[in-house]
Design a protein. Structure first.
Length: 135
């Protein structure tokens, strides 16, 4: 087999791997156009209409978004302090947050959560779900 045939076969294999990888990523992509809260699906727009828009100060400057406290209360979760909240990001990262911290946070429209005066590990990006669990 000539050198040119080997290079051609290698190039075709490389293209097939690249194409199948792109298809796999697209098929398994999690949509962040909506966020599930306690099993109920909400669009980002609905959440911004549901909750109060506030500005918070973080070590990265001011951030504007919907108050997580008002969003949770208005999404009909009885006794919000009685639960813990697992915030899940599209990249697979998730963070468990107690109500006292949730009350201070915001959800931005891209969707990311910020909590002032907390470590950045609490700031989940690409939020697609807020799971509500009994403590």
């Amino acid at each position: 087999m000539g050198k040119e045939k080997i290079i051609s076969i290698f190039a075709i294999l490389l293209l097939l791997v690249g194409t199948s990888s792109a298809v796999y990523v697209e098929v398994n992509k999690i949509s962040t156009a909506s966020i599930k809260i306690n099993g109920q699906e909400y669009s980002i727009e609905e959440l911004f209409n549901l909750g109060e828009i506030i500005t918070i100060d973080t070590d990265e400057g001011e951030k504007i978004g919907v108050s997580i406290e008002s969003m949770i209360i208005k999404s009909n979760i009885g006794c919000p302090p009685c639960f813990i909240y697992i915030i899940k990001g599209a990249d697979g990262f998730q963070q468990t947050v107690e109500w006292e911290i949730m009350k201070t946070g915001i959800l931005t429209d891209y969707p990311r959560v910020y909590f002032p005066d907390t470590a950045h590990k609490f700031w989940v990006k690409g939020v697609y779900e807020i799971e509500v669990k009994q403590q």
